[in-house]
Design a protein around this ligand. Structure first.
Ligand SMILES: *[C@@H]1O[C@H](CO)[C@@H](O)[C@H](O)[C@H]1NC(C)=O
Ligand SMILES: *[C@@H]1O[C@H](CO)[C@@H](O)[C@H](O)[C@H]1NC(C)=O
Ligand SMILES: *[C@@H]1O[C@H](CO)[C@@H](O)[C@H](O)[C@H]1NC(C)=O
Ligand SMILES: *[C@@H]1O[C@H](CO)[C@@H](O)[C@H](O)[C@H]1NC(C)=O
Ligand SMILES: *[C@@H]1O[C@H](CO)[C@@H](O)[C@H](O)[C@H]1NC(C)=O
Ligand SMILES: *[C@@H]1O[C@H](CO)[C@@H](O)[C@H](O)[C@H]1NC(C)=O
Length: 400
């Protein structure tokens, strides 16, 4: 008898949670691997979308069209013996960053259009290449061709494979689009020279430190398996130099390795995976970790010593992503915790950092209204979910 109120209370408390969970799973975005798995004639194409990491790129985006080719068309591409990274470029030309359902395809204004692709969007395509020409042809046909292919439309529309209106459309085309630019030999990520990439884009000072300390080798070794780099910009590094020079050689390396995470984390992943991150400097008891936390639209990185903000993306091409940050990340293993060093309100700051490490993935009220919440899904409590919580709260009251 005495148990009853407790049971009811549990039901009351778990109901909102249950509804939130149901609502979240309902809002899951598309999964191209799963869509294509239902059609064995696209198994090779599907396999290569996974191998090249393009599948996760497709799943992250909304309003997208995938031009799929069957296994026979894929064999003729594979017979060219291109490297995996070149195949990635070729396939990324088949992913249009716009929605073309079969209906829209046959009703293109003026009968012809140029549309951008992921090949163009990732910056891998030189100049204006990376656009696909879609043209209505006589007899109800629709032709497709890479823009820089001398005006030849080498593939035609075959059929619609799957359409989730305005989210993703998968259309079969007759063959792989020909493009000399996409088929040009591409260096693989392990052949990418990180320090060269950094030097060209406002992170030269950081790149120079990586080279002079020898830490660059560790960064390079991690690219293939996935790497996220946080680069303090040149002005930030320059004003930090007096403190840097004070460190011993191994401390310098640790500080620099502290600016890398050995996994690929897109902005959306960072926004939805708040919490503690291990870094390249983490080594058992020497934790060298920090906490990722959203601050409205901005992603912050909190060490126990400083809080840095991500101010821009320098390069995002899975498996490598490089962000610019506005402060040098100071690990508590090397620098004094903020308590005495900074005069204004040190106590609450330290407390907030502590709280964030334990409550990091609990959604907070201030993420309401975050415009990316609906895109990141798990990111926070959006308006809809808030209403559900409120409704279930009311239902809970009725039950009591
Ligand atoms: C389209 O994507 C959004 C965001 O992921 C999702 O909320 C919506 O349900 C999707 N639409 C369909 C028809 O699945
Ligand atoms: C997509 O579906 C495939 C196959 O069902 C599964 O292995 C993969 O984990 C899914 N990806 C996501 C992001 O859910
Ligand atoms: C269609 O053609 C007309 C006349 O040439 C032009 O003004 C208009 O911008 C075109 N529309 C599109 C969507 O290309
Ligand atoms: C697409 O290609 C066709 C055939 O070469 C050409 O006539 C048309 O002008 C092209 N469309 C655009 C928008 O460039
Ligand atoms: C990257 O380029 C720099 C400068 O050209 C060179 O010193 C360094 O050895 C290169 N690193 C790798 C891993 O190729
Ligand atoms: C360098 O280290 C010395 C000794 O620990 C300290 O007194 C000095 O303030 C440090 N300088 C900087 C710029 O941190």
């Amino acid at each position: 008898m005495k148990q009853a109120p407790v049971g009811r209370l549990t039901a009351f408390l778990s109901l909102p949670l249950l509804l939130v969970l149901l609502y979240s799973t309902g809002a899951h975005a598309h999964n191209i691997t799963r869509i294509l798995a239902k059609h064995p004639e696209f198994s090779t194409f599907n396999h290569y979308l996974t191998l090249t990491h393009l599948a996760s790129d497709i799943n992250r985006r909304l309003t997208i069209t995938v031009l799929a080719v069957d296994n026979a068309a894929m064999s003729s591409l594979l017979s060219k013996h291109l490297s995996l990274y070149t195949i990635k470029n070729v396939l990324s030309l088949h992913i249009l960053v716009d929605y073309f359902g079969s209906k829209k395809l046959h009703q293109i204004t003026n009968g012809t259009a140029l549309t951008a692709t992921i090949f163009q969007a990732t910056g891998a395509a030189p100049g204006s290449t990376g656009y696909v020409n879609i043209t209505d042809l006589k007899g109800g046909k629709v032709g497709f061709g890479a823009e820089n292919n001398g005006g030849s439309l080498d593939a035609v529309y075959v059929k619609s494979v799957d359409e989730i209106p305005y989210n993703i459309s998968v259309l079969q085309i007759s063959q792989v689009l020909t493009s000399a630019e996409a088929e040009a030999p591409t260096p693989g990520p392990s052949q990418l020279n990180l320090t060269v990439i950094l030097s060209k884009q406002g992170c030269k000072a950081f790149a120079d430190l990586l080279v002079s300390s020898g830490a660059d080798a560790t960064f390079e070794q991690n690219i293939d398996g996935g790497l996220t780099v946080f680069c303090p910009t040149d002005t930030v590094i320059n004003s930090f130099m007096p403190k840097y020079k004070n460190l011993t050689a191994p401390q310098k390396v640790s500080l620099l390795l502290y600016h890398g995470i050995p996994v690929y984390q897109s902005t959306q992943m960072l926004k939805s995976n708040n919490g503690i991150m291990n870094t390249l400097a983490t080594d058992g008891a020497n934790k060298y970790d920090f906490t990722v936390q959203n601050d409205g639209e901005v992603v912050t990185l909190k060490t126990k010593v400083v809080t840095a903000k991500i101010t821009g993306t320098l390069k995002d091409e899975e498996p490598l992503v490089v962000y610019k940050i506005d402060k040098v990340l100071l690990p508590r293993e090397l620098f004094k915790v903020a308590a005495k060093a900074t005069a204004p309100a040190p106590a609450p700051k330290a407390k907030a950092a502590k709280a964030s490490s334990t409550e990091a993935d609990a959604p907070e009220a201030d993420t309401v209204g975050d415009q990316t919440a609906e895109k990141s899904g798990a990111g926070g409590l959006d308006g809809g979910r808030l209403i559900m919580v409120f409704l279930s709260f009311c239902m809970g009251l009725l039950l009591l």
